[in-house]
Ligand binder design. Sequence first.
Ligand code: PHE
Length: 345
Amino acid sequence: MLEQLNEWNFKKEIAEIKNLFDWEKVYIKLLGKKGKINSFFAKIKEVPADQRKVFGQRLNEIKKEIEKLLEVKKLEIKKLEEKKFFDPTLPGKPYLKGSLHPLTYVIEEIVSIFSSIGFIRVSYPEVEWEYFSFEALNMPKGHPARDDFETFFIDFPQDKKYGRVVLSPHTSSGQNREMRRIKPPIRMINIAKTYRPNWDATHTPMFHQFEGLCIDKDINITHLKGTIDYFVKRFFGKNRTIRLRPAHFQFTEPSFEVDVSCGVCQGKGEIDGQKCKVCKSGWLELAGAGMVHPNVLKMGGIDPQKYSGWAFGFGPERCMMMREEMKIDDIRILYSGDIRFLEQF
Ligand code: PHE
């Protein structure tokens, strides 16, 4: 009997346990009421009297060892199971998803507003010949009006006719390109990136513009006003109005600045007797516009005796910032790449 006890490889049985289910079974098999340890105790009478003491001692030792080994094993298994524990009732982890840049949404919206009244979207080059940015817009070489568009020049060989290469300072360069592309009637909305060396709360060196150009027979200022008013009411809201102020651009005559009534003070210029902090006057400056200069039509191959047209140039960033619900007081946040800002869209 003592030999049987000594040969019993209980350590192997415990080592082979793989999970709590096995553990339970082995526990019962070894330490249970009808388990192996108890069955050895039951057989103690069969052990010769001179060996009984040793047998009893050995059996007690083995029992204690089994208890200890089983305890250790249980902890091991629990640790393992904790690691691979999967709770199918927990909510899933959300996927990290990207989104379009807020300005992309604004541009899409602008395109859809203008396309609903027959304007065709085009995008003309960002890296442009001097000719399209200036000469074709009635600003010959050396003309002081060019100074308004401080420009980034590109290190590239000059062309005899088209001059130097520049980062397009305004989308007006698309006017001549569109006149070359199609004959009137023209209804163009040219949206592109534009560049000027400015950096402050309302300017970034790269920004966007959208240029409206409408050329047909008998086009006049009322069409210009009506179109801008339509855009403003759809983009900013029905309660907003526009006004035109006289201005000067070489490529339009007459020329205007377009203002939109302030959404914060509803065009009153004051709130509770205090000057409106956003506009100070009830109006916000929005765009440049005017009737296309006859020289610009001529350079585009269009007879100014037969046709007339208007053009305007807006900044979509500016439009976005002037929306009532937008609380953006520094345009640079748009291009800072700050995920906390971008995540909100
Ligand atoms: N291109 C002008 C600017 O960038 C805006 C403008 C466009 C003015 C069309 C008149 C007509 O300031």
